[in-house]
Design a binder for this molecule. Sequence first.
Ligand SMILES: Nc1ncnc2c1ncn2[C@@H]1O[C@H](COP(=O)(O)OP(=O)(O)OP(=O)(O)O)[C@@H](O)[C@H]1O
Ligand SMILES: [Mg+2]
Length: 495
Amino acid sequence: MTSHQALAAPAQAPLVAGWRNGFAALGPAFFTELRPTPLPAPHWVGASDDVAALLGLPEGWQQRDDALQSFTGNALPPGSRPLASVYSGHQFGVWAGQLGDGRAILLGEVETPAHGGQELQLKGCGRTPYSRMGDGRAVLRSSIREFLCSEAMHALGIPTTRALCVTGSPAPVAREEIETAAVVTRVAPSFIRFGHFEHFAARGQQAELRRLADYVIDRYYPECRDGANPCAALLRAVSERTAALMARWQAVGFCHGVMNTDNMSILGLTIDYGPFQFLDAFDPGHICNHSDAQGRYAFDRQPGVAWWNLLCLAQAMLPLIGEVETARAALSTYEGVFAAEFLRRMRAKLGLQQPREGDGALVDALLRLLAAGRVDYTIFWRRLSHAVAAGDFEPVRDLFADRAAFDAWLLSYEELLALEDQALVADLMLNTNPGFVLRNHLGEQAIRAAKLGDFSELQTLQKLLARPFDEHPGHEAHAGFPPEWASTISISCSS
Ligand SMILES: Nc1ncnc2c1ncn2[C@@H]1O[C@H](COP(=O)(O)OP(=O)(O)OP(=O)(O)O)[C@@H](O)[C@H]1O
Ligand SMILES: [Mg+2]
């Protein structure tokens, strides 16, 4: 053995392997290359083993200092090519002009063993040329919410960006009060938004607009390449994915809160977890974003807002599509896909496997009842699932002040239920209606503890939300009614 070999440190597997950086190949019109700005004294806040496995990270990655430093933005994983992308967008219905990754930096794309290319993005890692007045940072509070909800949505089967980890730093960040900084490492096949298309369209940069569309088609929608008008096919495909996503949100009771066009994923993923909320009491007009005084993004407006956003995307893609009529035709399936998908999800929630005459009316009547009684949305569905399994509807009746109205509805429901394969009904319902969702007060409890350096509640929540359809003995409180103080939590755009 030579002395050199004797002194060499044991070879360490690269933290992240297989970089290929597809987005960077689009060229400099699409981004600015820059390094994240370091944060002092980083520490782990939370991590997802599931996302780590998806990326093929080496065993024990969380014990490694290069992981902590890299996912805080203090070091660069070899092979990454960090950049901030430029996009524009409509915010609250108004053209906002250029926005861009003001506090997110794309490290690059990794080829994963089972899930193709996945991009890694650090959110909260310092200023970029697109930060405008912002400080480039994200606070611990909002980073924990984004981390927990990304993974919770995935476990619910709802398309979403994922979150690998959150790291925190004592660095102060000024919001309504002084908080501390954190960084979320997000993962998705692509972070391209409607706003990326709007950006180049608004500037008349046709060549870039086409390059972007070609990239999205070739990488993510190859089936659109075949027809006579690939860009029209892309618009239709995005529209249908968006419709399906809206159906998922509405069925589970998820309110996004900031559906600006720059927060709409071209892949139909849920992106940008800001002032989001899972409904407690069912209120169709619920506004979860304290900053949304007009209620533009109220719960029941979400499918309509997504449609409005798709019109913006269509407008941006028009030079690539040609005729207005062709673009209109591409969007014509939105409403039908939304309605069909929503009803399909609601049928599954009711345990109904076959479409039948009257099921739509049954769903409508139920939603009216839930709204009238301000019944807790998640608890209603979970109790209904257990009631069907046990053949005892009393615990569900208890949720309604107007029991006669509920009994009348129950009669029609039982008629449809009787036509189903009973052995499958309860199973379907228990695997469709989660017991555990990230209610505001649960997130708040985890955040309060985390601010004091205690991450145990965050970890507990993470475990529960990763298996939202299971029973978790001993954690009944996490599936219970929100406490009184929950209604006083105010979630704004401040993050
Ligand atoms: N603290 C900040 N510093 C710099 N830019 C910011 C900050 N907060 C928001 N921005 C930028 O303002 C715009 C709108 O912000 P929005 O809240 O929709 O996004 P975000 O939460 O920062 O990120 P994302 O959409 O990537 O999840 C984006 O261009 C965003 O990068
Ligand atoms: Mg955003």
